[in-house]
Design a protein around this ligand. Structure first.
Ligand code: KG4
Ligand code: ZN
Length: 342
């Protein structure tokens, strides 16, 4: 039995993260450590992530975070089979910090390098918490991404649809900001929505009747910003938050249901599995709607544990280990890619 032990590095947004993951030939996965340093406090005064502040913070903390991940895993450099680093998509200054660090480890310790697509990391993240076999239908909903994917393994993800403007988390964050809530606004808006009337404000439905599985949130964002003007009473604000959450959940559910029908037709007679990943998967209202859809269409529902839903390096280490197992490695001149669709 071959066991691969991989160091993963993630620096594509506002989290500096490192992790050591072990994976055996059967695909069984063990997370030996997963360390995350969040920069949220650095960015909070600006109401969003400032790329240069992020890159500077990564360069200051990467060495300590990797040392902690190795220490908590009880691993020495000689125990590693390879090093995996996010090479995009994301804020390129941060990506360059993590990728360069990964290259340095690869060169100094003569280890294979895997340049991982961050989205592929999210795509495999559910396998960190449970042995979920491929293939599955994935809804990836985070601050940076909103996509429906068919995932058959690393190097075998097929994009069914994606947002044509904002990501779902970005819509939550921007609308929350116009309502005066702190960053990141998704969880704040969810809290405010408790007890609110989701039918009070009618918000637009995007791309209705259009072919395919794409998303759009910019019309909703504009309408919500307009509705927010002059709203001061607690009740009004609660109702708007509940209406926004409802409208986002409705769009996610409508597209997912369409994709489930197409996926089920293509995979008739095989077990149907659905995974929701990304920070927005933490939202209770959204999760409940998706669970209901799964029951209706005969899919098993899965979501990674929350710590692997949001950005982390364990998912990068796992994607790296799965690539390594297939012999997929990258040269030391691998590029940092701000845009890199799956
Ligand atoms: O996956 P993630 O940590 O980072 C990205 O890769 O973007 O996702 C963060 C996003 C933010 O937009 C945040 O507002 C949103 O996930 N989020 C939520 C909730 N918790 C986090 N959105 C709605 N409801 C929540 N409970
Ligand atoms: Zn992410």
């Amino acid at each position: 039995m071959t066991v691969l032990t991989v160091l993963g590095i993630e620096t594509s947004c506002d989290e500096t993260a490192a992790s050591v993951v072990r994976r055996d030939d059967d695909g069984h996965v063990e997370v030996l450590s997963s360390v995350i340093a969040s920069q949220i406090a650095d960015h909070q005064p600006y109401g969003g992530v400032v790329p240069e502040i992020a890159a500077r913070a990564h360069v200051e903390s990467i060495d300590g975070i990797v040392a902690r991940a190795m220490g908590e895993a009880g691993a020495g450099w000689d125990d590693l089979s390879g090093v995996a680093a996010t090479a995009g998509p994301g804020l390129v200054g941060g990506v360059m910090v993590g990728l360069s660090f990964g290259k340095a480890v690869s060169l100094a310790r003569d280890l294979p390098l895997v340049a991982v697509n961050h989205l592929e990391g999210h795509a495999v993240s559910a396998r960190l918490g449970a042995d979920i076999p491929y293939p599955f239908l994935l809804l990836l909903v985070s601050g940076g991404h909103c996509q429906l994917l068919e995932v058959a393994g690393v190097g075998a993800c097929r994009r069914l649809g994606s947002t044509i403007d904002d990501a779902a988390g970005e819509a939550f964050d921007k609308i929350a900001k116009t309502m005066g809530l702190p960053y990141p606004g998704g969880p704040e808006l969810e809290k405010l929505a408790v007890g609110g009337n989701p039918e009070r404000f009618e918000l637009p439905r995007a791309l209705l009747g259009r072919e395919g599985f794409d998303f759009s949130f910019s019309g909703l964002k504009t309408a919500a910003a307009r509705a927010a003007v002059g709203l001061t009473s607690d009740e009004d604000r609660r109702d708007l938050a509940a209406s926004v959450q409802f409208a986002i959940a409705r769009q996610l559910a409508e597209r997912t249901e369409k994709a489930m029908k197409a996926y089920a037709a293509e995979h008739a007679g095989t077990p149907l599995r659905f995974v929701v990943a990304g920070g927005v998967a933490a939202n209770r209202a959204i999760r409940e709607r998706l669970e209901t859809l799964c029951r209706k269409h005969g899919f098993d529902f899965h979501a990674p544990p929350l710590k692997y839903c949001t950005d982390n390096a364990a998912m990068i280490a796992l994607a790296g280990a799965e690539r390594l197992a297939l012999g997929l490695t990258d040269p030391l001149d691998a590029a940092a890619r701000p845009r890199w669709p799956l």
